[in-house]
Design a protein around this ligand. Structure first.
Ligand code: AKG
Length: 296
């Protein structure tokens, strides 16, 4: 039997576990399946159902600082990217052919958030330039909602990432944070987070706090490289729920968000996130408090 000290060390901190938090299921806007094909088709662009979804999503995003779109990425685009990302992770020696994470050696644990890890950088270099990756980020549903929200055109490629969240590595779960702290610039930078495989909460799903009360930029403290996070009240209500591959969580750069631990015995959570801003906004990395993103 493990002694008390060992058992404590192996257990994720309570504040990080989903069961220790107040979790409210978020409302999802279900994307009309017939809208996901040819985005230039006139009947799609003018479909009442699509227009209603775009309007509802933009209103909800403006009110809460986030919105969740069910099935907003076309299945073919999603599957092409999942195949590309999976192959890249296998090439890098991170995944076995059955999709399990290759067990980390003691000296080289996969952190998945280490911008200085050459394996992380090679993974990004293999995946980000592909058509499969950009196609998902340019999904018509995402761009239409953002265009409605901005009331103007959308600048893409504002900071995009492919992530593997290792199983049972709670120390590397994404801490609560605001993207503005990491990316700076316009307060109208929005992120689209898309799971590449079905993502029940306990396999590293995402959770957000409503931004209905504007909190501004919160102080962030560091636990090391790319491990900066902000404090959140213990009774905060996290919005979250199980997601399917191709769902999209869209959130503003001041919206506090986190991931849950990936408790799957073997499989990493695979996801991608893309950032956007209004076309007229200046490209900049200065934070609202005058400091520079990536420092502090
Ligand atoms: O996928 C994650 O674990 C975190 C994602 C995130 O923080 C983001 O997309 O801004």
């Amino acid at each position: 039997m493990a002694d008390r000290a060992t058992a404590t060390a192996a257990t994720p901190p309570a504040a990080q576990t989903r069961t220790a938090c107040a979790v409210v299921p978020w409302t999802m806007i279900v994307w009309p399946p017939d809208d996901l094909g040819d985005s230039t088709a006139t009947d799609n662009l003018h479909s009442d159902a699509v227009e209603a979804c775009v309007r509802a999503a933009a209103d909800s995003a403006a009110r809460d600082g986030f919105v969740v779109l069910r099935g907003a990425v076309h299945a073919d685009a999603l599957s092409a990217l999942a195949t590309t990302a999976f192959a890249a992770a296998c090439d890098e020696g991170l995944l076995t052919p059955d999709g399990a994470m290759v067990p980390a050696s003691a000296t080289e644990p996969w952190r998945g958030d280490a911008f200085t890890d050459p394996r992380w950088l090679r993974l990004q270099q293999q995946i980000l330039p592909t058509r499969a990756f950009t196609s998902v980020g340019d999904s018509p549903a995402i761009l239409r909602v953002l265009a409605a929200l901005f009331g103007e055109g959308v600048t893409t490629r504002r900071g995009d990432i492919c992530r593997l969240l290792a199983p049972n590595a709670p120390a590397h779960t994404t801490r609560p944070h605001q993207d503005h702290w990491y990316v700076g610039g316009s307060l109208q930078v929005w992120t689209a987070w898309v799971p590449l495989r079905d993502c029940p909460m306990d396999t590293g799903g995402l959770a957000v706090l409503s931004q209905a009360q504007d909190t501004g930029l919160l102080p962030h403290s560091s636990l090391g490289d790319a491990r900066q996070g902000c404090a959140v009240a213990s009774d905060a209500r996290w919005y979250s729920s199980d997601l399917l591959a191709g769902d999209v969580v869209l959130f503003n750069c001041l919206t506090v968000h986190r991931s849950w631990h990936n408790l799957h015995p073997t499989q990493p959570r695979m996801s991608v996130d893309y950032r956007y801003q209004p076309a007229s906004a200046r490209l900049d990395i200065t934070r609202v408090d005058g400091t520079t993103a990536g420092t502090g």
